[in-house]
Design a protein around this ligand. Sequence first.
Ligand SMILES: NC(=O)c1ccc[n+]([C@@H]2O[C@H](COP(=O)([O-])OP(=O)(O)OC[C@H]3O[C@@H](n4cnc5c(N)ncnc54)[C@H](OP(=O)(O)O)[C@@H]3O)[C@@H](O)[C@H]2O)c1
Ligand SMILES: [Zn+2]
Length: 339
Amino acid sequence: MAKMRVVQVAKAGGPLELVEREIPVPRAGTVRIKVQACGVCHSDSLAKEGRWPGLQYPRVPGHEVVGVLDAVGTGVAGWTVGWRVGVGWHGGHCGRCDSCRRGDFFACQEALQVTGITYDGGYADYMIAPIEALAAVPDELSGVEAAPLMCAGITTFNALRNSGARAGDVVAILGLGGLGHLGVQFAAKMGFKTVGIARGKDKEPLARKLGAWHYIDSQTQDPAAELAKLGGAKIILATVTNGDAMSAALGGLGVNGTLLVVGAPKSIEVSPGLLITGRRSVKGWYSGTSIDSQEALAFSALSGVRSMNEVYPLERAAEAYERMMSGKARFRVVLTTGN
Ligand SMILES: NC(=O)c1ccc[n+]([C@@H]2O[C@H](COP(=O)([O-])OP(=O)(O)OC[C@H]3O[C@@H](n4cnc5c(N)ncnc54)[C@H](OP(=O)(O)O)[C@@H]3O)[C@@H](O)[C@H]2O)c1
Ligand SMILES: [Zn+2]
């Protein structure tokens, strides 16, 4: 049997380790992808640290996967060997139960599949994915360019396009990491008055280059007061991993403004008075389905939105993951297989 390399976690909190496995054969309704690139997302820490109920080990993380469709299982129609495809966080749902038909995929009666969590993901030479998880990748985007769009991209693109903000509205992107730096670009391309908020002055030139109209350094300025000076934000897209940072920006929402939470700290503190008096709201958003990914890829190809990446070979995945977790990466870390 031919072998492949995967980077797996053997137990909750264990290290990322490079091992050999047999190349898997796709079951009915699934395809095999020869992985070209896989982004390293902060949410990979859920698999690495065991912060997902019922997670089984060993597990291969990675849900920003782009590669070439390499083999198909029985019953797969409409997807052809040789096509370039991407797989994101949303790893499939049944599509038949009442919950799925309502769009409540987390309550799918056959259980929502999550790439790199409920099945093995893209820190590998090959992976298997159900067809519901596949997005077509446009020719204009290389594997390394497309991979971060499969989670960081779709999440910020989809949250913003469904946020209710209109061209010319003040939209702030809180945090300039993997998600945030794409959020700034999408917001600018969608025609919002885009405000970047991050820790430190050093990110300002990059934020402006990515399309920010205004920058707030959350270490030396009060983000709520600064946003209020701009008339208040219609949307604050919160991509940070820290709850206090979200709470500190909340007061910068204008009347009817929304804190749109995509970053996942343990908790956030919210003042009911602030919500009530300005009819403000706090709302969550999770990435989206494969068609949303496909639309995020197409919009990026069209508008020139691109992730800024630090590229590591697959065998250095542990180092790449630590680089992402350090917060020092500018801005997404991407693994390549050489395939
Ligand atoms: N909702 C979804 O569907 C979805 C999808 C993907 C990821 N996520 C979640 O989104 C979050 C961001 O993911 P990512 O991959 O973009 O992570 P990342 O690249 O590591 O970026 C982390 C961000 O958090 C900020 N941050 C970290 N520590 C902080 C602190 N102590 N105080 C204030 N800010 C702090 C950083 O802010 P600075 O820029 O100021 O340094 C940075 O912008 C994670 O919680 C991840 O699990 C959610
Ligand atoms: Zn992710």
